[in-house]
Design a protein. Structure first.
Length: 210
């Protein structure tokens, strides 16, 4: 089978949807040809903008930053799970039929990818605590979700983030799975090498080498 690459990264632009409270992106050209010898631009954005990785320090003071995350968790065989039937939160009951195993990279495709990412929606599909507990018990390596936060909007706590990150699971948020069918792929998601509570990332799925 011929390899096919799917880019599952949200495009960064000034009008993109951002999680409330997060800094909107800005791109400024500060030198341009012909006045200068080259074109130079400046990019400003929050580390949790668009497709990104959450580090444990996102919710735990003094915890590891993105620079300390294992590179092995950024690449590997993965499964995109079809959760498009879920209407609110993904629960353990929703995940049990998939027989999730230790060391897996698991991506959720939900109604979020079908509805699209043009604007922020408070009623996005999220991960329930019971689902997070199942993933932590299973010992997966990496979780990727098609929403800007893994947990319910206005939840008032970081319980779900904690269940995932405290279990040593690398968390990618803001994946665009709208053009990807559920199934097996090879995943590659690379955050910037910065010591922060999160980092923008470029994420792809490779079909045909899984």
């Amino acid at each position: 089978m011929k390899m096919k690459i799917h880019d599952i990264t949200l495009k960064i632009h000034g009008g993109m949807a951002v999680y409330p409270g997060n800094a909107p992106p800005g791109l400024r050209v500060y030198r341009a040809i012909p006045d200068g010898t080259s074109n130079l631009s400046e990019l400003a954005l929050g580390v949790h903008t668009g497709t990104h990785v959450d580090a444990p320090s996102h919710i735990r003071t003094g915890a590891l930053g993105t620079e300390s995350l294992s590179s092995e968790s950024f690449v590997g065989k993965c499964r995109v799970l079809d959760l498009t039937n879920v209407q609110e939160g993904v629960t353990a009951n929703d995940l049990e039929p998939f027989s999730i195993k230790k060391g897996e990279i698991i991506l959720f495709k939900t109604q979020n990818s079908i509805i699209g990412f043009d604007k922020f929606r408070e009623d996005f599909i999220y991960l329930e605590a019971s689902g997070a507990e199942l993933l932590a018990r299973a010992g997966i390596k990496t979780l990727g979700v098609d929403c800007l936060s893994v947990q319910k909007f206005h939840s008032g706590n970081s319980i779900v983030h904690g269940l995932i990150l405290d279990a040593g699971i690398t968390l990618f948020e803001g994946l665009d799975l709208s053009r990807v069918k559920p199934g097996s792929y090879f995943f590659c998601g690379l955050p910037l090498r910065i010591n922060s509570d999160g980092s923008p990332a470029r994420a792809i799925l490779i079909e045909g080498m899984e």
